[in-house]
Design a protein around this ligand. Structure first.
Ligand SMILES: C[S@@+](CC[C@H](N)C(=O)[O-])C[C@H]1O[C@@H](n2cnc3c(N)ncnc32)[C@H](O)[C@@H]1O
Length: 283
């Protein structure tokens, strides 16, 4: 197992290759991401949109659900990892309504304004969340909708604790965004919050080795959720497996926490409108 992948804070050209490497195996190990994608679809408005922009499509877990929900709606599907785009374009070649595009969610813009933009388990990877939300705001039509699923700070907290105990000098200095931070950035970008959910779930794995393999296959090991500023040695890695097995045993396996949130937002008419923002939440 490779615990040496580049960090979350690296620019997208570094993120892309890591996700490209995980393209073939991602779906087998991405149950938490599938659950989040399902939550995102469950909060979408009833109205059929004329077009959808999806950001960070990966292997198309959310895309597949969007097609089931809106079978006749064209989708522009963006990912920064070339191999993910190739993999998904081939996998979904029977669905000509999907336009697979290599691009960065932080800067992507074709001049087109979309009535619906969606993203799940992807935007916590961008290097500048503020710029990304501002860019999404620009890409939305007035009164358009953004539906977002995000992995948050508490994700894989058990792994963080153990890494801290085993190799404190190699602890990641950057963490996933916190719930309040995302709310504030969305509000600052000009969105009005319509609905939100916030969950913490413990996912069960057969054993510590299977867990570490699963997060590696999700392309997650190198992200800010688990990578340190230096690789663990073979000895440290072996200790991590043994200690994880002991410390986080549950129901015949081991558990790992995933903290997630979904947000349903609309583009306010003008950023100059008095900032009702998140106060307008109806949840
Ligand atoms: C964990 S996968 C999630 C894929 C899918 N949305 C799902 O729900 O399973 C994250 C994806 O986001 C992509 N990604 C990361 N940063 C990105 C960026 N700045 N712009 C576009 N895609 C990005 C990665 O390449 C990867 O394919």
């Amino acid at each position: 197992m490779d615990a040496t992948c580049p960090g979350f804070f690296n620019p997208p050209h570094m993120i892309g290759p890591r996700f490209s490497a995980a393209a073939e195996t991602y779906d087998l190990h991405a149950r938490p991401q599938l659950a989040l994608a399902q939550s995102v679809v469950s909060i979408l408005p009833e109205k059929v949109p004329e077009k959808i922009l999806e950001l960070g499509v990966g292997t198309g877990q959310l895309t597949r659900l969007l097609v089931a929900r809106f079978p006749n709606t064209p989708i522009d599907a963006i990912d920064v990892a070339e191999k993910m785009i190739e993999h998904s374009r081939a996998k979904f070649s029977h669905l000509p309504q999907i336009n697979w595009i290599l691009g960065d969610a932080q800067t992507y813009g074709s001049g087109e304004r979309y009535p619906l933009i969606v993203s799940s388990s992807a935007l916590h990877w961008v290097s500048d969340l503020r710029a990304t939300f501002e860019n999404i705001f620009q890409n939305l039509k007035p009164h358009g909708t953004l539906a977002l699923g995000m992995m948050l700070q508490g994700t894989l907290k058990e792994l963080h604790e153990l890494r801290q105990a085993i190799a404190p000098e190699k602890t990641p200095t950057i963490s996933l965004p916190a719930y309040a931070e995302i709310q504030a950035l969305l509000q600052a970008a000009g969105f009005r919050l319509e609905r939100q959910t916030h969950d913490e779930e413990q996912v069960l794995y057969p054993d510590a080795k299977a867990f570490l393999r699963a997060i590696h296959e999700q392309g997650v090991t190198g992200g800010k959720v688990s990578a340190g500023n230096a690789p663990l040695t073979r000895t440290e890695l072996s200790r991590l497996v043994v200690d994880y097995q002991e410390a986080y045993a549950s129901d015949g396996g081991v558990h790992a926490t995933y903290e997630t949130a979904t947000f349903l937002l609309t583009k306010r008419e003008s950023k100059r409108t008095p900032p009702r923002g998140l106060q307008g939440c109806s949840c």
